[in-house]
Design a protein around this ligand. Structure first.
Ligand SMILES: [Zn+2]
Length: 109
């Protein structure tokens, strides 16, 4: 069973205490954007074999949203961090790079 630590309350929560909210770090488009941008925001999602960044909610706990970095092949969790960030903290990126040489953060901006 997947277990993630909520970065807000510090609780190690099992998957049943959490709610998956999809892909993390989606770029949102505002007024004036074209249909292709809006379509990509609504429908286009990553489904990688490897490192993936996900948005979770501690639904049966503090109720806050957070992000988790994990590997979809090994199910290893590299870390969790608050959702109000544009990219993962450096320590998590370093942990991923150490495990998977050649990996680099994809800039979403
Ligand atoms: Zn929490």
């Amino acid at each position: 069973m997947l277990t993630l630590q909520c970065p807000y309350c510090g609780v190690w929560a099992e998957e049943t205490e959490l709610h998956a909210e999809g892909e993390a770090h989606l770029k949102r488009f505002g007024p004036g954007s074209d249909d292709a941008d809006f379509e990509s925001y609504l429908f286009m999602r990553e489904n990688p074999k490897g490192v993936h960044f996900e948005r979770w909610r501690h639904s049966n706990g503090c109720g806050k949203f957070f992000h988790a970095a994990r590997c979809t092949m090994t199910l290893e969790v590299f870390g969790t961090y608050p959702a109000q960030t544009l990219e993962p903290p450096q320590d998590i990126k370093d942990k991923i790079s150490a495990k998977q040489p050649g990996w680099s953060w994809r800039d979403f901006s």
